[in-house]
Design a protein around this ligand. Structure first.
Ligand code: FPP
Length: 236
């Protein structure tokens, strides 16, 4: 659908991609088939956000709690992610996409960490471009704890401020999400962007992630446009 530029231009959007397992189960397929389809949808929706002029998008791909899943499921998600990183290394510059991985990357495989180093180096050459953030081994609480510990190590004896905190988070320099979309019919945040979502508008849909489409982003942004954001103030 064609939109006026101002429809989504400059917005920052967070997406909790839920429902891959149920999508697969509904089709009599293994859960991993849901993640494979989910990874394709992730790629398409990232491109669509870029097309819409969105400034940054955050995708919740794997949480600090997702290690509780079966080895088969975890290795499938990691393989999909590794394939995506290879693709990104070849296309980021051409497509002017600044990919950033958020989360505790030290727990990821050395192969994935090596690929992330490469995407970080490319991203450093793309200031101001559309920013796609993938949260991997990410937890909002874990991010806050890591940030506070780094601050304390670098500033012994000092107290932390909100501004300093923002500089030590994984999301330093990236706009907080204006809108957070969760697919899959659950109404919770599940440890996603705990600090950054303080004033995000929340949008929940029953659509399972592998069925999520451009039309669903359009609907979420259209609803967001009707929200009255006051950031704790009163209406003028
Ligand atoms: C939630 O659905 C989904 C995940 C925990 C994994 C999301 C991963 C992808 C979309 C693939 C990632 C790949 C790349 C390249 C970023 P669920 O499994 O919890 O679904 P359910 O609630 O129906 O069981």
């Amino acid at each position: 659908m064609a939109h006026p530029r101002e429809f989504a231009e400059g917005l920052s959007i967070g997406i909790i991609m839920d429902g891959n397992g149920r999508w697969a189960k509904n089709r009599g397929l293994p859960r991993t088939a849901g993640h494979k389809k989910g990874a394709e949808v992730f790629s398409d929706i990232a491109d669509y956000c870029d097309e819409l002029g969105v400034s940054s998008v955050y995708f919740y791909a794997f949480s600090t709690e997702n290690w509780k899943r079966s080895e088969d499921e975890i290795s499938t998600i990691m393989r999909l992610f590794e394939a995506y990183l290879h693709e990104a290394i070849d296309t980021m510059e051409r497509d002017q996409i600044r990919l950033k991985i958020l989360g505790d990357t030290t727990a990821l495989s050395p192969a994935i960490q090596g690929l992330i180093d490469k995407t970080d180096a490319i991203a450093a050459r793309l200031p101001g471009c559309f920013q796609a953030n993938v949260c991997l081994n990410y937890g909002g609480r874990d991010e806050i704890v890591r940030a506070v510990n780094r601050f304390a190590a670098e500033h012994p004896g000092e107290t932390i401020t909100e501004a300093a905190m923002a500089e030590y988070l994984d999301t330093a320099g990236i706009p907080d999400p204006d809108l957070i979309i969760r697919t899959g019919g659950e109404y919770r945040i599940s440890n996603f962007l705990m600090w950054e979502s303080a004033y995000s508008e929340l949008y929940f849909t029953d659509v399972l992630w592998p069925d999520f489409s451009e039309k669903d982003i359009d609907e979420a942004v259209a609803e967001y446009r009707h929200r009255d954001r006051r950031f704790g103030g009163v209406k003028a």
